[in-house]
Design a protein around this ligand. Sequence first.
Ligand code: HEC
Length: 90
Amino acid sequence: MTVGTILAKDSFQLTPSGEIQAGPLFLMEEMKPGYNKENGDWAYTLIMANGDIYGTSQGKGAENVTFCSDCHNAAEDQDYLFFLPEEYRK
Ligand code: HEC
């Protein structure tokens, strides 16, 4: 991805009574080369459904989003992105 690319993934939660509620928003932003060589210069941000920022890389609550790169680094060979498994892509 080119510098400045932002990927956003929304989510929802299903309550035990069957209600659907908005869940957190997951963001990945491709930063300039050298931002963080260990994770391909991606910045991770997690925004809660009420708008609060739970954490953002190298910013407020950075320690809350280190788990993002811990997992996404497993996809280093495809620019740290997972996308849907191939059989579900159309
Ligand atoms: C345990 C592994 C794991 C963790 C931890 C994780 N992700 Fe992901 N992420 C995935 C997988 C697998 C996908 C692709 C499937 C999907 O979209 O659910 C994905 C998809 C994404 C996408 C869409 C682009 C893509 O790679 O497909 C974004 C954006 C994203 N994650 C951001 C985050 C952020 C921000 C965090 C931390 C708050 C985070 N992820 C934590 C595994 C993880």
